[in-house]
Ligand binder design. Structure first.
Ligand SMILES: Cc1ncc(COP(=O)(O)O)c(C=O)c1O
Length: 437
């Protein structure tokens, strides 16, 4: 993909030397609303959702997308996706709470947590949310809670760990014997047998192998293993599945030299064999679920940030920003690449190499290492791309820096969808004991 097309994919283009995002001048946005600030493009979220939905519809008609809200939990984003027909995937009771606040009905939520407490289960049961278990012992505890509450044990699902994982960083690989997630092959029969004994009547199954996968080959082995265990559960225990959830993990091209994931190949690897198995008539007529987060939300957003300091220390050139790893932790946490571009291309001819750094009191606060950029000046504005997934949700107020605001662009209009935090927010929940007053 050439660079202009790569930018265009993200609704970015230069007009007369100024960067436009979703048809709006980024300099004007930065000056009007202040920086740092997250700017989200509604149309891109809808577009990415629809791309996936079209792929699914071609691959296997009975399907549902559960947007993984951990990537971006803003209520407006949830409302946009719910209006598209999306269901929602949660990893905690706080996320379930957020989903319910967005107005979605509980039957469109799946709770794929891990290390569940009994209170987590109680919350899910009280709110009629389907839970996806990731250990045998959790099944016993969950069943007891159902019984205590006198509620019907209708549907249960387990997360399978296929031992083949993948991801953009070791910390985002979620399958393998050493990994905490899911149930290994040797305990799956035991788990479903017990679930039947305990009175669960309907069944689903789930796997999620990791996050940030751009090479579709990574889905081959885990999918094969997943389908084998599904067939085994049906043939040995007579289980008919209500749904089969293939998880999320679809990556996006963060780097201009990367191509987008090929959804047709993904569909062929994951859905074609699944369809064949369903057509044999032995595993029921399950819905096919996927749980993408990043694919839907990442490219929808940029962070606008201002350069406050240009420092040439004799060895290196630093461009110091008002955004740091408190605003976007992925580069520091995972060594992730986020492309960074100037909002104004004033000094286009002279290209220099910069380390793009934030204001956090740690030398790891680097958003971009050795980036070639047109000569920068203090006061210039930059855009950090692809910040819509795991940007705000992983942000912090470290160094007592209030989190920034979020803006939503819809059809050329700008809506503030989250206020910037204040200093008061930083200390709001603290309690000073009387003897210290
Ligand atoms: C269970 C589960 N589903 C879905 C996702 C979403 O992953 P991604 O944003 O890579 O699509 C995650 C991410 O960690 C996950 O753990």
């Amino acid at each position: 993909m050439n660079y202009i097309d790569w930018l265009d994919r993200k609704d970015l283009e230069y007009r007369d030397g100024n960067l436009y995002f979703a048809n709006l001048n980024t300099l004007e946005i930065a000056k009007k609303f202040g920086t740092p600030i997250y700017v989200i493009n509604e149309q891109k979220i809808r577009e990415r959702y629809r791309e996936l939905k079209d792929t699914l519809n071609l691959g296997y008609k009975r399907n549902k997308i559960y947007y993984a809200i951990k990537s971006n939990t803003n209520l407006s984003i949830l409302k946009i996706l719910v209006s598209e027909g999306s269901s929602l995937d949660c990893s905690s009771t706080g996320e379930i709470y957020t989903c319910l606040k967005s107005g979605v009905s509980p039957d469109r939520i799946i709770y794929t947590g891990n290390m569940f407490t009994n209170n987590d289960f109680k919350f899910a049961i009280d709110n009629n949310v389907l839970t996806n278990l990731d250990s045998y012992s959790q099944l016993i505890r969950l069943a007891k809670i159902y019984e205590k509450k006198g509620k019907d044990k209708s549907i249960i699902s387990f997360r399978f760990n296929p031992e083949f994982g993948a991801g953009h960083h070791p910390h985002t690989i979620t399958a393998g014997k050493e990994i905490k997630f899911g149930i290994l092959e040797n305990q799956m029969i035991k788990a479903y047998t017990k679930a039947k004994e305990l009175g669960f009547k309907k069944f689903g199954i789930h796997q999620h192998i990791g996050s940030g996968i751009i090479d579709t080959k990574n889905y081959e082995n885990p999918t094969e293993k997943f389908l084998t265990i599904i067939e085994k559960l049906s043939s040995q225990l007579g289980i008919q599945f209500e749904f089969v959830d293939f998880g999320g993990g679809l990556g996006i091209p963060y780097h201009p030299e990367q191509d987008p994931i090929d959804l047709n190949i993904y569909s062929e690897i994951v859905f074609t064999r699944f369809k064949e198995i369903v057509e044999k008539g032995e595993i029921g007529e399950p819905f096919l679920f996927i749980e993408p987060g990043r694919y839907i939300s990442a490219e929808s957003s940029i962070i606008l940030t201002q350069i406050n300091t240009i420092k040439d220390n004799g060895y290196k050139l630093f461009a110091g920003l008002d955004a740091g790893f408190n605003t976007l932790i992925r580069p520091t946490l995972y060594g992730s690449y986020h492309h960074i571009i100037v909002c104004n291309q004033r000094n286009k001819e002279k290209i220099l190499k910069y380390d793009i750094v934030g204001p956090i009191c740690e030398s790891g606060d680097i958003l971009g290492k050795e980036r070639d950029l047109p000569e920068l000046n203090e006061g210039d504005y930059l855009a950090i791309l692809d910040a819509g997934a795991y940007g705000f949700t992983m942000s912090s107020s470290y160094n007592s820096r209030p989190r920034p605001a979020e803006l939503l662009i819809n059809d050329g209009n700008i809506f503030k969808i989250r206020n910037e935090e204040t200093f008061d927010d930083l200390i709001r929940n603290q309690i000073v004991p009387d003897y210290l007053k």
